[in-house]
Design a protein. Structure first.
Length: 188
């Protein structure tokens, strides 16, 4: 088993590792296509409540789930291997793990390319320049190419929360105010 695939655990991790190991044996072009298929499917799952319900519902038969998933995969131009893999996952009644499988597979692919995704939450939208500065700083610090996934969380009031791998730095104004409130309660 490769070094990258040993990082995944659990049911989703085993499926993600199996797909990753298969992709490692294929040519770069096919591997890129499958990675793109998984990214597209992950985005569709995040964007469509109906699709997310379809894969999570235990009352929908595997045949119905597979038929619907194949229709979605056909629409995004997915490879035969991606369709066959998703069909296997569904027939084994593991469809509710598809989102986790995709996330873990994407992490394995990124690790193989010496990349890492950092999630950055801010109170207001970040400019492209700010995102680039954050990515550059994290890349220097972590020794990997860092891709920044920026989100907005208005509850933060200001500052940032950065999650990169197992590390998290919370520099949000909300957390600092809560810490100050706790300190004042303890002092009072």
């Amino acid at each position: 088993m490769s070094k990258q695939s040993s990082k995944s655990s659990g049911i989703a991790g085993r499926y993600a590792s199996a797909l990753f190991e298969l992709v490692e044996e294929l040519g770069k072009k096919e591997a890129t296509h499958i990675a793109s298929d998984m990214t597209s499917l992950g985005q569709l799952l995040d964007a469509s409540d109906d699709l997310a319900k379809l894969v999570r519902s235990p009352v929908i038969s595997a045949a119905e789930q597979e038929s619907a998933m194949f229709a979605v995969l056909d629409k995004v131009g997915a490879s035969t291997l991606s369709k066959n893999f998703m069909g296997l996952v569904i027939r084994k009644r593991r469809a509710f793990f598809i989102g986790d499988i995709i996330r873990q597979f994407s992490a394995l692919m990124a690790d193989a390319r010496n990349e890492m995704v950092a999630e950055v939450a801010s109170a207001s939208p970040l400019s492209d320049k700010q995102i680039k500065e954050i990515a550059d700083m994290l890349s220097k610090r972590l020794g990997k190419t860092v891709l920044v996934k920026a989100t907005i969380d208005e509850d933060l009031l200001g500052g940032l929360i950065v999650k990169a791998g197992s590390r998290m730095v919370d520099g949000s104004l909300k957390t600092k105010l809560n810490s100050l409130k706790l300190a004042m309660n303890e002092a009072g």
